[in-house]
Design a protein around this ligand. Structure first.
Ligand code: TTP
Length: 684
């Protein structure tokens, strides 16, 4: 539900920039011979000439529309040039368009706070630039007004007659205008310049809306296309909004719009004006009611977020009709493709922007063969994101198993890889979200555990409760046994980003014994606030006094290895620093995580909090802790023979040795007293 944001009394200048027939322009830049010709970009699927996803303005004149397929477009415009979208991983590859969008953003961001709203849309807050211009070079003082600015459309200014440019010039240069209008005039000049700059540097044209808020700017950027701009003075807002069908207003396209229509008989924004704020609040609650009252008057305080990089990365594909996926084998195949693309984008984001994503989410559209009318939706499933293609693929598949288990309910069957399981999947997507930039100068392994670092910041005094931040991994086994509490996308939202609510009931899943080095590190690493700053004793010594210590280099290398799925030779983790001592604590042979864990004032304690239930060896050589009486944690266990050797290879050599020796011991069903085992299994 929309929430009203108070609009500040100071006028703002906001622009919404929207590229014209964007994919077509990108393709035309690649193949300049297509310029000026009716052109369309079609989906890779060649059925009936492929679905059109972008249509040039030349082709639109012939009646070609985006809803058409290539064959139909050829019918209405025989000379149309159809360009197929690039393909990778068996699906459309949008990299070229994304990169082209980034080129544009980098130019627009020179003039003000910039929010990338989609692949080809940007909001700009130009208030400061407009204020500066008004103070230093007001439009009326300019000898020449940029021709692009003179071609602006001013809502409310009649465009009849032959002297439209003169009228626009007069409007832009009025000395008796209100401060708000003067700022908008400056905004119009700045945007005209920016658009010209974009064209010069990228060869792309774009259109823009310039207003006092985001909603009005967005509404008008598409009013005059291509390559034009529209300005919304305050006095014309009512005239602009009154005839607008409510469905055209952002946030009113769905259920809220339907409800306004059916409950209050509202069809246009103008119809909304007759309702008092009290009435709207009574019907829709204080927040939404206030928002509706404001929006009817063009009032919105929504800020332009300073964000030029995407909030998430996603890779998806639909499988309509007969292409629906009916077996786990096929789902796995496509998930692998999608995850590969996702992983490539994550790696690129890391390399270019030093950003790391924390949450992996799987979405799907499904139907049940035995109940094709079912309205049930495939649930969205999320888990912490582990870097490395194979890990993402594995986790995504597990999320799928979790989802299909919930979706099918009692009909869920174990199913062979190539067996039809009573369901069909018509769309699959994986996405990575909760993306954070690695803080500068902290090139440490901590960056791989932002969940934990956040937890650390949030709770300097880690109690046993902190142990609740463990990585939850989903496994097929769990899903089938139904023993797991799965985290859905919705559940993982809220609280500190990337961190699960503390009071959430958790069970540790170590599906392959130790599971992952990530899970291995998590609590102890987070519990050492000084880790970010303190170089490792050994490595720092050898690094001399250079600005970037060997420690930092090692950590950067470790990050890369993890990121690219390589196996580190040795992951060194720095010692904790006791603030009372005020000097670095010396650890001998500190390259072992184990020593670090032992030295951490929280580490053992925290882990023991997790594993405080007594351990009992089981008959199968499996170490098992039983939830005692009223414990909510239930039972956790892992079997020695289920430990994935590749996971052990990820551990530092010291620990590998210990794990292997523990494994040997556990095969003889004897609890080990080694440090690593103690770490996992506290003494009775
Ligand atoms: P839009 O901005 O909606 O359209 P456009 O840029 O092609 O044309 P206009 O000048 O009218 O704004 O979409 C931007 C790009 O996103 C578009 O070029 C192709 C892609 N796209 C799809 O792939 N599928 C879709 O359904 C839509 C709407 C867009």
């Amino acid at each position: 539900m929309p929430v009203a944001k108070p609009e500040s009394s100071d006028a703002r200048v906001i622009a919404h920039i929207d590229m014209d027939c964007f994919y077509v322009q990108v393709e035309q830049r690649k193949q300049p011979e297509l310029r000026g010709l009716p052109t369309a970009v079609v989906q890779y699927n060649s059925w009936k000439g492929g679905g059109l996803i972008a249509v040039s303005y030349e082709a639109r004149k012939f009646g070609v529309k985006r809803s058409m397929r290539g064959d139909e477009a050829k019918y209405v415009c025989p000379e149309i040039q159809l360009v197929q979208v690039p393909v990778a991983h068996g699906k459309a590859d949008l990299k070229i368009y994304r990169n082209a969008g980034s080129e544009v953003v980098s130019i627009l961001a020179r003039k003000g706070r910039c929010e990338r709203a989609s692949i080809d849309e940007v909001y700009l807050d130009l208030t400061d630039a407009a204020e500066t211009m008004l103070a230093e070079n007001p439009p009326e003082s300019l000898e020449d007004i940029n021709d692009e600015a003179l071609k602006s459309h001013i809502v409310g200014l009649a465009e009849d007659g032959s002297d439209v440019k003169e009228k626009v010039k007069n409007w832009l240069c009025r000395t008796d205008a209100s401060h708000r209008d003067k700022l908008l005039a400056c905004g119009a000049l700045i945007v005209a310049e920016l658009r010209a700059q974009v064209f010069m540097e990228t060869e792309f044209t774009c259109s823009a809306g310039i207003a006092h808020n985001k909603i009005l700017a967005k509404l008008t950027s598409g009013m005059n296309k291509p390559a034009q701009q529209t300005v919304v003075p305050s006095v014309s807002v009512k005239e602009l909004l009154a005839p607008l069908p409510i469905k055209k207003m952002k946030q009113l396209g769905g259920k809220l719009g339907d409800s306004l229509k059916s409950n209050l008989g509202v069809s246009t924004i103008g119809d909304l004006l007759q309702f008092s704020t009290e009435k709207l609040q009574e019907c829709y609650g204080i927040n939404t009611g206030t928002w509706l009252w404001n929006i009817a008057r063009g009032i919105s305080g929504e800020k332009v977020e300073g964000r030029i990089l995407p909030k998430s990365h996603g890779s998806g594909k639909s499988f309509p009709g007969p292409h629906a996926l009916r077996t786990i084998g096929l789902v796995e195949h496509w998930l692998n493709e999608l995850c590969q693309e996702l992983s490539e984008r994550l790696v690129a984001d890391f390399e270019q922007n030093k950003r790391i994503a924390h949450t992996l989410t799987l979405n799907a559209r499904a139907y049940m063969l035995r109940d094709t009318n079912s309205q049930k939706k495939f649930p969205s499933k999320s888990s912490p994101l582990r870097y490395g293609i194979a890990k993402i693929q594995e986790d995504a598949l597990n999320l799928f198993h979790a989802g299909i288990h919930d979706y099918m309910g009692s009909y869920a069957s174990k199913g062979e890889k190539n067996q039809n399981n009573g369901w069909g999947i018509t769309a699959l997507s994986v996405s990575a979200s909760k993306i954070f930039t690695i803080p500068r100068g902290t090139g440490t392994i901590m960056n791989f555990f932002p969940t934990q670092s956040l937890a650390c910041c949030a709770s300097p005094q880690l109690s046993g409760d902190a142990s609740m931040h463990e990585v939850v991994q989903l496994t097929a086994a769990e899903i089938e046994s139904g023993s797991k509490e799965f985290t859905t996308a919705k559940e993982s939202i809220g609280g500190i980003p990337g961190m699960y609510p503390r009071d959430q009931k958790r069970k540790i899943q170590e599906d392959k014994g130790i599971g992952s080095i990530m899970g291995f590190f998590e609590v102890p690493v987070q519990s050492c606030p000084s880790l970010n700053q303190e170089p490792h004793e050994e490595t720092s010594r050898s690094s001399g006094h250079g600005s970037e210590s060997c420690w930092q280099k090692n950590q950067a290398e470790s990050q890369n290895r993890l990121l690219y799925g390589e196996q580190p030779q040795c992951l060194s983790v720095g010692p904790t620093m006791n603030p009372q001592e005020g000097k670095r604590k010396k650890l001998q042979g500190t390259s072992s995580i184990l020593r670090f864990l032992k030295s951490s004032k929280y580490s053992t304690h925290d882990r023991i909090e997790i594993f405080q239930e007594p351990c009992v060896p089981s008959s199968s050589g499996e170490m098992r802790a039983r939830g005692s009486g009223g414990s909510e944690r239930g039972e956790w266990s892992y079997k020695a023979n289920e430990i994935d050797p590749t996971v052990i290879d990820e551990l530092p050599p010291h620990i590998q040795q210990e794990v292997w020796s523990w494994l040997k011991q556990s095969h003889s069903s004897k609890p080990s007293s080694s440090t690593i085992t103690r770490y996992f299994f506290p003494p009775k």
